[in-house]
Design a protein around this ligand. Structure first.
Ligand SMILES: Nc1ncnc2c1ncn2[C@@H]1O[C@H](COP(=O)(O)OP(=O)(O)OP(=O)(O)O)[C@@H](O)[C@H]1O
Length: 249
Protein backbone atom coordinates (compact mmCIF):
# COMPACT_ATOMS: atom_id res chain seq x y z
CA UNK A 1 0.00 0.00 0.00
CA UNK A 2 1.30 3.47 -0.87
CA UNK A 3 2.38 5.55 2.11
CA UNK A 4 1.34 9.15 1.44
CA UNK A 5 3.17 10.25 4.56
CA UNK A 6 6.51 9.10 3.21
CA UNK A 7 9.14 11.85 3.31
CA UNK A 8 12.29 9.98 2.37
CA UNK A 9 13.07 6.46 1.29
CA UNK A 10 16.62 5.16 1.04
CA UNK A 11 16.99 2.03 -1.06
CA UNK A 12 20.13 -0.14 -1.18
CA UNK A 13 22.50 2.81 -0.87
CA UNK A 14 26.20 1.93 -1.23
CA UNK A 15 29.44 3.87 -1.05
CA UNK A 16 32.97 2.52 -1.04
CA UNK A 17 36.06 4.26 0.22
CA UNK A 18 39.51 2.68 0.10
CA UNK A 19 39.10 0.98 3.45
CA UNK A 20 35.41 1.35 4.22
CA UNK A 21 32.15 0.36 2.59
CA UNK A 22 28.70 1.65 3.41
CA UNK A 23 26.72 -1.35 2.30
CA UNK A 24 23.15 -1.74 1.11
CA UNK A 25 21.47 0.78 3.37
CA UNK A 26 17.66 0.90 3.24
CA UNK A 27 15.18 2.68 5.50
CA UNK A 28 12.49 5.34 5.34
CA UNK A 29 11.09 8.24 7.34
CA UNK A 30 7.47 9.36 7.41
CA UNK A 31 5.95 12.73 8.31
CA UNK A 32 6.64 13.73 11.91
CA UNK A 33 8.86 10.73 12.56
CA UNK A 34 12.09 11.12 14.53
CA UNK A 35 14.72 8.51 13.71
CA UNK A 36 17.98 8.14 15.60
CA UNK A 37 21.08 6.83 13.88
CA UNK A 38 23.29 5.09 16.35
CA UNK A 39 26.61 3.31 16.03
CA UNK A 40 30.20 3.41 17.23
CA UNK A 41 32.90 5.72 15.85
CA UNK A 42 33.53 4.98 12.20
CA UNK A 43 30.25 3.08 11.73
CA UNK A 44 29.33 5.24 8.74
CA UNK A 45 26.75 7.63 10.22
CA UNK A 46 28.26 10.82 8.79
CA UNK A 47 28.94 9.14 5.46
CA UNK A 48 25.29 8.15 5.22
CA UNK A 49 24.20 11.70 6.04
CA UNK A 50 26.61 13.13 3.45
CA UNK A 51 25.19 10.78 0.82
CA UNK A 52 21.64 11.88 1.57
CA UNK A 53 22.72 15.53 1.35
CA UNK A 54 24.71 14.85 -1.83
CA UNK A 55 27.88 16.13 -0.23
CA UNK A 56 29.48 12.92 -1.48
CA UNK A 57 28.39 10.80 -4.44
CA UNK A 58 26.94 7.35 -3.91
CA UNK A 59 28.08 4.34 -5.93
CA UNK A 60 24.61 2.85 -6.21
CA UNK A 61 21.15 2.88 -4.67
CA UNK A 62 18.38 5.45 -4.45
CA UNK A 63 17.44 8.36 -2.21
CA UNK A 64 13.79 9.14 -2.90
CA UNK A 65 12.83 12.46 -1.30
CA UNK A 66 9.18 13.54 -1.63
CA UNK A 67 8.81 11.10 -4.51
CA UNK A 68 11.90 12.19 -6.46
CA UNK A 69 15.21 10.36 -6.73
CA UNK A 70 17.73 12.91 -5.50
CA UNK A 71 20.77 10.63 -5.31
CA UNK A 72 23.66 12.39 -7.02
CA UNK A 73 21.17 15.05 -8.20
CA UNK A 74 22.62 18.30 -9.48
CA UNK A 75 19.28 20.08 -8.94
CA UNK A 76 19.66 22.08 -5.73
CA UNK A 77 15.93 22.88 -5.34
CA UNK A 78 15.13 19.93 -3.11
CA UNK A 79 17.65 21.26 -0.59
CA UNK A 80 15.22 24.04 0.27
CA UNK A 81 13.10 21.34 1.85
CA UNK A 82 15.93 19.80 3.85
CA UNK A 83 17.30 21.43 6.99
CA UNK A 84 20.77 20.49 8.19
CA UNK A 85 22.46 20.96 11.53
CA UNK A 86 26.02 19.71 11.93
CA UNK A 87 28.40 19.71 14.81
CA UNK A 88 30.16 22.95 13.91
CA UNK A 89 29.61 26.22 12.11
CA UNK A 90 33.06 27.40 11.16
CA UNK A 91 32.34 29.61 8.17
CA UNK A 92 32.79 33.41 8.15
CA UNK A 93 34.16 33.63 11.71
CA UNK A 94 34.31 37.43 11.65
CA UNK A 95 30.76 37.98 10.40
CA UNK A 96 27.94 39.01 12.69
CA UNK A 97 25.26 36.37 12.86
CA UNK A 98 22.57 38.81 11.72
CA UNK A 99 24.48 39.19 8.42
CA UNK A 100 24.89 35.44 8.02
CA UNK A 101 21.15 35.03 8.56
CA UNK A 102 20.32 37.71 5.96
CA UNK A 103 22.54 35.98 3.42
CA UNK A 104 21.21 32.50 4.26
CA UNK A 105 17.52 33.36 4.10
CA UNK A 106 17.83 34.60 0.48
CA UNK A 107 18.17 30.98 -0.62
CA UNK A 108 14.80 29.93 0.75
CA UNK A 109 11.46 30.83 -0.81
CA UNK A 110 9.61 29.45 2.19
CA UNK A 111 11.52 31.51 4.76
CA UNK A 112 9.37 32.16 7.83
CA UNK A 113 10.64 35.28 9.59
CA UNK A 114 8.16 34.92 12.43
CA UNK A 115 9.44 31.47 13.37
CA UNK A 116 13.02 32.68 13.04
CA UNK A 117 12.46 35.66 15.33
CA UNK A 118 10.61 33.49 17.83
CA UNK A 119 13.36 30.86 17.97
CA UNK A 120 16.26 33.30 17.77
CA UNK A 121 15.03 35.83 20.33
CA UNK A 122 12.44 34.20 22.58
CA UNK A 123 13.58 30.59 22.74
CA UNK A 124 17.34 30.70 22.24
CA UNK A 125 17.93 34.27 23.44
CA UNK A 126 20.68 34.99 20.91
CA UNK A 127 22.02 38.38 19.83
CA UNK A 128 22.42 39.22 16.14
CA UNK A 129 25.43 41.45 16.86
CA UNK A 130 27.61 38.55 17.97
CA UNK A 131 30.21 37.27 15.53
CA UNK A 132 30.38 33.58 14.61
CA UNK A 133 33.79 33.26 16.34
CA UNK A 134 32.29 34.66 19.55
CA UNK A 135 29.59 32.00 19.81
CA UNK A 136 29.88 29.16 22.30
CA UNK A 137 29.23 25.64 21.05
CA UNK A 138 25.68 25.69 22.40
CA UNK A 139 25.02 29.07 20.75
CA UNK A 140 26.27 27.71 17.42
CA UNK A 141 23.88 24.77 17.58
CA UNK A 142 21.00 27.08 18.55
CA UNK A 143 21.79 29.44 15.67
CA UNK A 144 22.03 26.54 13.19
CA UNK A 145 18.76 25.20 14.44
CA UNK A 146 16.99 28.56 14.20
CA UNK A 147 18.18 28.81 10.56
CA UNK A 148 17.27 25.22 9.72
CA UNK A 149 13.78 25.35 11.21
CA UNK A 150 12.86 28.69 9.62
CA UNK A 151 12.71 27.50 6.02
CA UNK A 152 9.96 24.99 6.63
CA UNK A 153 11.97 21.81 6.04
CA UNK A 154 10.14 18.59 5.36
CA UNK A 155 13.22 16.74 6.57
CA UNK A 156 15.72 17.84 9.20
CA UNK A 157 19.06 16.04 9.27
CA UNK A 158 21.37 16.50 12.22
CA UNK A 159 24.84 15.05 12.66
CA UNK A 160 25.63 14.81 16.37
CA UNK A 161 23.94 18.14 17.12
CA UNK A 162 23.96 17.82 20.88
CA UNK A 163 27.46 16.45 21.47
CA UNK A 164 29.36 18.62 23.91
CA UNK A 165 26.30 20.58 25.07
CA UNK A 166 25.30 20.77 28.71
CA UNK A 167 22.26 18.72 29.79
CA UNK A 168 19.98 21.75 30.25
CA UNK A 169 20.64 23.12 26.77
CA UNK A 170 20.36 19.61 25.30
CA UNK A 171 17.06 19.01 26.97
CA UNK A 172 15.66 22.37 25.79
CA UNK A 173 16.76 21.75 22.20
CA UNK A 174 15.31 18.23 22.17
CA UNK A 175 11.96 19.45 23.48
CA UNK A 176 11.80 22.11 20.77
CA UNK A 177 12.70 19.60 18.10
CA UNK A 178 10.12 17.08 19.20
CA UNK A 179 7.36 19.69 19.37
CA UNK A 180 8.37 21.19 16.00
CA UNK A 181 8.41 17.80 14.33
CA UNK A 182 5.00 16.77 15.64
CA UNK A 183 3.41 20.15 14.87
CA UNK A 184 4.82 20.62 11.37
CA UNK A 185 5.13 17.01 10.29
CA UNK A 186 8.87 17.45 9.75
CA UNK A 187 10.74 14.15 9.72
CA UNK A 188 14.00 14.18 11.66
CA UNK A 189 17.03 11.97 11.11
CA UNK A 190 19.77 12.50 13.64
CA UNK A 191 22.96 10.77 14.67
CA UNK A 192 24.20 10.83 18.22
CA UNK A 193 26.29 8.90 20.69
CA UNK A 194 24.10 10.18 23.51
CA UNK A 195 21.55 7.43 24.04
CA UNK A 196 19.72 9.54 26.61
CA UNK A 197 18.82 11.94 23.78
CA UNK A 198 17.53 9.06 21.69
CA UNK A 199 15.33 8.02 24.61
CA UNK A 200 13.90 11.51 24.77
CA UNK A 201 12.95 12.14 21.17
CA UNK A 202 13.39 9.17 18.85
CA UNK A 203 10.45 7.16 17.55
CA UNK A 204 12.71 4.66 15.81
CA UNK A 205 16.36 3.68 16.00
CA UNK A 206 18.69 2.45 13.31
CA UNK A 207 21.82 0.65 14.49
CA UNK A 208 24.81 0.92 12.20
CA UNK A 209 28.22 -0.75 12.40
CA UNK A 210 31.00 -1.22 9.83
CA UNK A 211 28.80 0.41 7.20
CA UNK A 212 25.89 -2.01 7.64
CA UNK A 213 22.52 -1.74 9.34
CA UNK A 214 22.57 -4.27 12.16
CA UNK A 215 19.02 -3.64 13.28
CA UNK A 216 16.08 -1.25 13.42
CA UNK A 217 13.61 -0.91 16.22
CA UNK A 218 10.71 1.13 17.54
CA UNK A 219 11.55 3.15 20.64
CA UNK A 220 8.22 2.25 22.28
CA UNK A 221 9.05 -1.43 22.09
CA UNK A 222 12.55 -0.87 23.49
CA UNK A 223 10.98 0.96 26.42
CA UNK A 224 8.25 -1.65 26.90
CA UNK A 225 10.85 -4.40 27.00
CA UNK A 226 13.05 -2.26 29.26
CA UNK A 227 15.80 -2.74 26.74
CA UNK A 228 18.73 -0.32 27.10
CA UNK A 229 19.99 1.17 23.84
CA UNK A 230 23.69 0.72 24.69
CA UNK A 231 23.21 -2.89 25.70
CA UNK A 232 21.16 -3.62 22.60
CA UNK A 233 23.86 -2.11 20.38
CA UNK A 234 26.58 -4.04 22.19
CA UNK A 235 24.72 -7.29 21.68
CA UNK A 236 24.14 -6.57 18.01
CA UNK A 237 27.78 -5.76 17.53
CA UNK A 238 29.07 -8.54 19.75
CA UNK A 239 27.29 -11.27 17.93
CA UNK A 240 25.63 -10.38 14.68
CA UNK A 241 24.56 -13.98 14.27
CA UNK A 242 23.28 -14.40 17.82
CA UNK A 243 19.82 -15.55 18.81
CA UNK A 244 19.09 -12.06 20.07
CA UNK A 245 16.47 -10.61 17.75
CA UNK A 246 18.10 -8.34 15.20
CA UNK A 247 14.86 -6.47 14.72
CA UNK A 248 12.27 -6.09 17.42
CA UNK A 249 9.99 -5.55 14.44
N1 LIG B 1 36.44 11.03 2.27
C1 LIG B 1 36.78 9.85 2.79
N2 LIG B 1 37.73 9.09 2.23
C2 LIG B 1 38.06 7.89 2.73
N3 LIG B 1 37.48 7.33 3.81
C3 LIG B 1 36.52 8.05 4.42
C4 LIG B 1 36.13 9.34 3.96
N4 LIG B 1 35.15 9.79 4.77
C5 LIG B 1 34.96 8.83 5.71
N5 LIG B 1 35.77 7.79 5.49
C6 LIG B 1 35.83 6.56 6.30
O1 LIG B 1 34.53 6.06 6.41
C7 LIG B 1 34.37 5.43 7.67
C8 LIG B 1 33.10 5.95 8.33
O2 LIG B 1 33.27 7.30 8.71
P1 LIG B 1 32.07 8.18 9.25
O3 LIG B 1 32.60 9.55 9.49
O4 LIG B 1 30.92 8.04 8.34
O5 LIG B 1 31.72 7.45 10.63
P2 LIG B 1 30.80 7.91 11.83
O6 LIG B 1 29.91 6.76 12.15
O7 LIG B 1 30.15 9.21 11.51
O8 LIG B 1 31.88 8.09 12.98
P3 LIG B 1 31.94 9.08 14.27
O9 LIG B 1 30.93 8.56 15.24
O10 LIG B 1 33.35 8.89 14.73
O11 LIG B 1 31.66 10.48 13.80
C9 LIG B 1 35.62 5.70 8.47
O12 LIG B 1 36.42 4.54 8.42
C10 LIG B 1 36.30 6.82 7.71
O13 LIG B 1 37.70 6.75 7.80
Amino acid sequence: MENNNLIIEINNLCKSYRSFKLNDISFSLSRGEVVGLIGPNGAGKSTLIKLILNIVESDSGEVIFLGEDISNSKNPLYKEKIGYVGEYIDYFPNQKIKNIKRFYQMYFQDWDEQIYQYLFNDVFELSGDMKIKELSKGMRVKFSLALALSHNPKLLIMDEPTSGLDPIVRSKILKILRAYSKENGTAILFSSHITEDMNKIADKLIFLNHGKILGKCQMDEMKKKKCKIDEYLERLIGNEESKYEKNLF
